[in-house]
Design a protein around this ligand. Structure first.
Ligand code: AHR
Length: 496
């Protein structure tokens, strides 16, 4: 039997904060096999599709209630010229995708196709406009094309291309990583430029934009400070990008599936840094915006490993193991607990790239362990946040320590409570006494995601090796819920 450790958790009353469903957003860049070969199939493909969009991936993403999808990048966004991606497909100019493998982009997936995909997914589009190599006019015209309901050059062009009514896109990114691939700018220069671009990205009748400024890389607190000081109004959100690197080294990030416990431990340590990074950016934003009107939008996060052996290094194709599900559960717990400021987030990226939800191989598709966490956590979408107080036992390895358990909780509109626990300890079961005396409830059910080993993963030969199971390790004792958290597991409990 595995070693045990104990933990007492108190579930407190509602905090008054809603966990926005947009924390559960996703990201699809023109990168590797995310769009082409992921969402989008060849013209005469035998894979079931509607207008070249794969139906199996649409169904899978609808099941987890995908709330928003960010597009077209990433770094690609600041080299993307939207007019190349409209009109009859064969006439669209081609371009080189300089950021991602130097491949030819044929622009067959453009504005209309992306928005058709969002309609099929019933999710909100989140478009990142080009600041790095595009003009103010180009961005202004894109917004007019998308959102103006009337007679104008861009609205007329849209109608000519087959779309009568505007889409009314709301989430609008003003550049991406403007400190890096989006133009290598300083924070001061970018925040001045933001105001120019944002001024002409107009709010058309019935289609106000939620403008999102390109924010900091990880611990670049100066970037957040400068944007908050300089931009002030006309900014719905400010972004933050933070990736978990197993080794912490961009040159040799580590394998997605072939790692030992020491590398697992380090990966989780790096993942847990999200808590400190979010807290520090939040503290800066609180100084300038104590009422928390401006959202912290973590629109790129996830684990970034070495690519799978033999694949194009520019395509960022990596496998996805139970470890990555633990990263997803932990990170989503952090966001749920910071929901007063973190109102949107986007995992990088949806299909075949980085910490993907879905992998495809010709007509086959598999759901990764990370996908299953989004399935289990969808109960928190737009639910009211509950505060949890506890001190986790440590998970120790080679004299180093991290917190073994993280958790978040919410109560939905029908009064049902959901608690998500993650036990990162690779060996110990943790016995939790959960004090729920503040609530009325009579029964508990649960689901669990775990496997024999942290590097277990789903393959096209064995697509269900890591999957959700019913959890039987919780029992009610008066106002307490006693839960046995097995090692390396994500659990969501439902209390009615
Ligand atoms: O998600 C992959 C890349 O990571 C994005 O294009 C870029 O914004 C970030 O550096």
């Amino acid at each position: 039997a595995s070693a045990q450790s104990e933990l007492s958790v108190k579930v407190e009353k509602e905090t008054g904060v809603v966990i926005s469903k947009h924390i559960y957003g996703h990201f699809a860049e023109h990168l590797g096999r995310c769009i082409y070969d992921g969402f989008w199939v060849d013209k005469n493909s035998a894979i079931p599709n509607k207008g070249r969009i794969r139906l199996d991936v649409v169904d899978a993403l609808k099941k987890i209630k995908i709330p928003n999808l960010r597009w077209p990048g990433g770094c690609f966004a600041d080299e993307y010229h939207w007019r190349d991606g409209i009109g009859p497909s064969p006439l669209r100019p081609k371009m080189v995708n300089t950021n991602w493998g130097g491949v030819t982009e044929d622009n067959s997936f453009g504005t209309h196709e992306f928005l058709a995909l969002c309609e099929m997914l019933a999710c909100e589009p989140y478009i990142a406009g080009n600041v790095g190599s595009g003009t103010v006019e180009e961005m202004a015209k894109w917004v007019e094309y998308l959102n103006f309901d009337g007679v104008s050059p861009m609205a007329d062009l849209r109608k000519q291309n087959g779309r009568e009514k505007p889409w009314k896109v709301s989430f609008w990114g003003v550049g991406n990583e403007s400190w890096g691939c989006g133009g290598n700018m300083t924070a001061q220069y970018y925040s001045d430029l933001y105001k120019r671009y944002a001024t002409y990205a107009r709010n058309y009748t019935g289609a106000p934009l939620k403008k999102i400024a390109s924010g900091a890389n990880a611990e670049d607190y100066n970037w957040t400070e400068t944007c908050m000081k300089n931009i002030r109004g006309d900014m719905w959100g400010l972004t933050l990008h933070y990736y978990t690197l197993p080794t912490g080294n961009w040159g040799k990030k580590g394998s997605a599936t072939n790692f030992d416990e020491s590398q697992y431990f380090n990966t989780m340590k790096n993942c847990l840094r999200m808590e400190e990074i979010v807290s520090k950016h939040e503290a800066i934003m609180d100084k300038y915006d104590p009422q928390k009107r401006i959202a912290l939008v973590v629109d790129e996060w996830g684990v970034w490993t070495d690519v799978e052996p033999g694949t194009n290094p520019g395509f960022l194709y990596q496998q996805n193991s139970l470890r990555d599900a633990l990263i997803a559960g932990t990170t989503l717990n952090i966001f749920n607990n910071h929901a007063s400021r973190v109102k949107m987030a986007n995992l990088a990226q949806t299909i075949n790239v980085l910490q993907a939800l879905i992998l495809t191989e010709k007509d086959k598709m598999l759901l990764t362990p990370t996908y299953h966490v989004f399935d289990m956590y969808k109960v928190h979408h737009d639910a009211k946040q509950l505060n949890l107080s506890f001190t986790s036992p440590d998970y120790e390895l080679d004299g180093k320590k991290i917190k073994a358990v993280n958790a978040s909780a919410s109560i939905d509109s029908s009064g049902v409570i959901h608690i998500s626990f993650v036990n990162l300890d690779a060996h110990k079961t943790i016995a939790v006494n959960t004090d729920l005396s503040a609530f009325k409830w009579t029964s508990s059910t649960g689901t669990i995601l775990t496997a024999n080993a942290v590097n277990d993963h789903n393959t096209f030969m064995d697509p269900d090796k890591v999957k959700i199971s019913k959890f039987n390790g919780a029992k009610k004792e008066k106002d307490q819920l006693l839960v046995n958290l097995p090692p390396h597991a994500v659990i969501t409990l439902t209390l009615k």
